[in-house]
Design a protein around this ligand. Structure first.
Ligand code: SAM
Length: 279
């Protein structure tokens, strides 16, 4: 008879394609937890069959009704509750954040069983700087919101990691090329699976390559940091704004300069208003 696990919440990472990537420790927890909180029981059932676990599952999402989370939290106080997502590391573009936050607030034991994560796997493959990176997850699907989100991250001096679907890949790469320029980037597809690939090039070249393709499978995009040019000075920003104000109203001038120089649009708008008032 296996020892009983300590009560608590066990965050268990699962494979992102290759079932052999499930760690022995993860398999052990999945066999011994009192209950497993899952996104989709049909997906996790396959994994449980593989490790010979017959533990019960409870569907859980962060938007699940409060009573589902309350029940899981109450159980985590007296027995072992495992949390998995369909694939990869729970909480990373997947449910679990609210559960962990509330388990911590309740003073429960919380244990992580780390393992596969598409974001980190893609980062290690792309050959782009890894010393600083920003996980962006999925960009908003609507064009305007996506453009705004890209403008917001443009000045960040770090590699960027994004998740995307094959259907939206071409449009997203085009928007990234437009908003971030000719940075080096990589498209990592089907990681850990039979047709794993990682294609690297500049953003405009990748956007052109995928413009009329809808690649199958799961995709992560890595974008290298902005080049080593020194950040624009206040004088650079003023000259660009002064020029833009000869053609555009302040809000549009601030937007154009923010995009071109990778600066904050609101700050530029305030400066544009001041310049207009002769300050
Ligand atoms: N929690 C997961 C993790 O740790 O990677 C991510 C879950 S998120 C809902 C699913 C997205 O992750 C997919 O749409 C895709 O962008 C990315 N992804 C998952 N598995 C992948 C794989 N094998 N290769 C490339 N990207 C993958």
């Amino acid at each position: 008879m296996l020892d009983t696990l300590e009560p608590g919440l066990y965050i268990v990472a699962t494979p992102i394609g290759n079932l052999s990537d499930l760690s022995p420790r993860a398999a052990d927890i999945l066999c011994r937890a009192a209950v497993i909180a899952v996104e989709d029981s049909r997906v996790t059932a396959k994994l449980l069959r593989r490790v010979g676990s017959n533990r019960p599952m409870i569907p859980y999402h962060d938007h699940s009704a409060d009573h589902v989370r309350r029940e899981l939290l109450a159980r985590a106080g007296r027995e072992a509750v495992a949390l998995v997502s369909d694939a990869g590391t729970p909480l990373i573009s997947d449910p679990g954040y609210k559960l962990v936050r509330e388990a911590r607030a309740a003073g429960h034991n919380i244990v992580t069983i780390p393992g596969p994560c598409a974001a980190i796997a893609a980062l290690t493959l792309a050959g782009l700087p890894t010393d600083r990176f920003l996980f962006v997850g999925f960009l908003p699907p609507k064009a305007k919101a996506r453009t705004d989100a890209i403008a917001e991250i443009a000045p960040v001096r770090a590699s960027l990691i994004l998740y995307e679907s094959g259907q939206r890949l071409g449009a997203t790469l085009a928007a990234l090329a437009e908003g971030l320029g000719a940075r080096d980037a990589g498209v990592a597809r089907e990681l850990t699976k039979r047709f794993e690939e990682c294609i690297t090039d500049t953003l405009p070249a990748l956007a052109a390559h995928y413009a009329d393709k809808t690649p199958k499978g799961e995709i992560a995009i890595i974008v290298g940091p902005p080049g080593d040019a020194p950040p624009p000075s206040a004088d650079d920003a003023d000259s660009a704004l002064a020029e833009a104000l000869t053609r555009l109203p302040p809000a549009k001038a601030a937007g154009e300069v923010a995009k071109a120089l990778g600066l904050d649009r609101r700050t530029l708008y305030a400066r544009a208003m001041a310049m207009k008032d002769g300050r």
